[in-house]
Write a protein that binds this ligand. Structure first.
Ligand SMILES: Nc1nc2c(ncn2[C@@H]2O[C@H](COP(=O)(O)OP(=O)(O)O)[C@@H](O)[C@H]2O)c(=O)[nH]1
Ligand SMILES: [Mg+2]
Ligand SMILES: [Zn+2]
Length: 279
């Protein structure tokens, strides 16, 4: 049985191992070998001496938040308060995918939407599902719970979207702090928060929101293009088509006949502009 590092505060490593919590130290060997243990690392510990003996190979590692072995990113998207932003949703889907992590969507605050907004959301949801993304909401939690089981999940989504509230709903024992939107967006509250994994349904979640929308500028325009899953399904006249002004662009045709959702295409165009601005 291997443990998982769930918290690191200076050189104290908290490891969850066999259902028990151990406060351990890392061996000097790691520093020598230039191994920096991360939250999410699977490790072998010396239970008696309270030392981490070995860090097992990582499946992946994120920079922000600093966490290893992430199975999926849950993009928490409020439909109101703050207003639904498909631009941010698409950006996060792209950034998460470009980090080789599976994006999963969870809509929140459906209770604040009127019936016509709910109708729109139903269609939006169906579109993303048709692309193969899992889409949940914070009302039917059993499906989301099943998905999370045994996985390590990071959260993404804007301040006030309901990330901490969602985790509390999934496990009231977490008792995470939640903020009214004005507080969450307010300035001057610089609480330094360390990255911590919380146990949830035999898996782990990180409440520190990962993936900022800014991260998209780190990628090339081709990478951004390829992060739009549905564009890959069509054969344009030119193999390297950027789906802008090229002739024989199958993607643009699919936008026109509404097989590709217009907002997806518009967001793609706006992301390309941002990427080019940064180069
Ligand atoms: N009406 C409604 N309010 C919600 C819902 N989810 C969260 N909230 C509220 O939205 C505010 C921000 O939530 P919080 O979990 O702190 O968002 P975070 O910044 O993403 O962690 C809080 O006042 C929550 O009570 C929801 O599904 N419906
Ligand atoms: Mg929060
Ligand atoms: Zn094209």
């Amino acid at each position: 049985m291997t443990g998982i590092i769930i918290r690191i505060i200076s050189n104290l490593y908290t490891v969850s191992f066999n259902g028990k919590i151990y406060e351990t130290r890392a061996r000097g060997k790691f520093r020598k070998d230039n191994i920096k243990p991360l939250v999410g690392d699977h490790c072998i510990i010396d239970e008696k001496e309270k030392y981490i003996l070995e860090i097992l190979p990582r499946k992946n590692e994120l920079l922000r938040p600093k966490v290893a072995n992430v199975d999926a990113a849950l993009i928490v998207t409020s439909v109101k308060d703050p207003d639904l932003s498909l631009n941010l949703l698409d950006k996060l889907i792209s950034v998460v995918s470009l980090n080789n992590i599976t994006p999963v969507i969870c809509f929140t605050k459906l209770d604040l939407a009127n019936s016509s907004q709910l109708e729109d959301i139903k269609q939006i949801r169906a579109y993303y599902e048709s692309l193969g993304y899992l889409v949940f909401d914070n009302q039917n939690l059993d499906e989301l719970k099943n998905f999370i089981k045994g996985k390590t999940i990071v959260l993404a989504g804007q301040s006030g979207a309901g990330k901490s509230s969602l985790l509390n709903k999934l496990n009231p024992a977490l008792n995470l702090q939640t903020n009214a939107i004005s507080l969450a967006l307010g300035r001057g509250k610089h609480t330094t928060r360390h990255t911590e994994l919380f146990e949830l349904n035999e898996g782990f979640v990180v409440d520190t929101p990962g993936f900022s929308a800014l991260d998209l500028s780190l990628y090339t325009k081709e990478e951004v293009r390829d992060s739009f899953k549905e564009f890959q399904e069509y054969n344009c006249k030119f193999k390297d088509c950027m789906h802008l002004k090229e002739i024989g662009c199958a993607v643009k045709r699919k936008v026109e006949n509404k097989e590709i959702m217009l907002s997806r295409y518009e967001n793609y165009q706006s992301f390309l502009k941002e990427v080019l601005k940064c180069k």
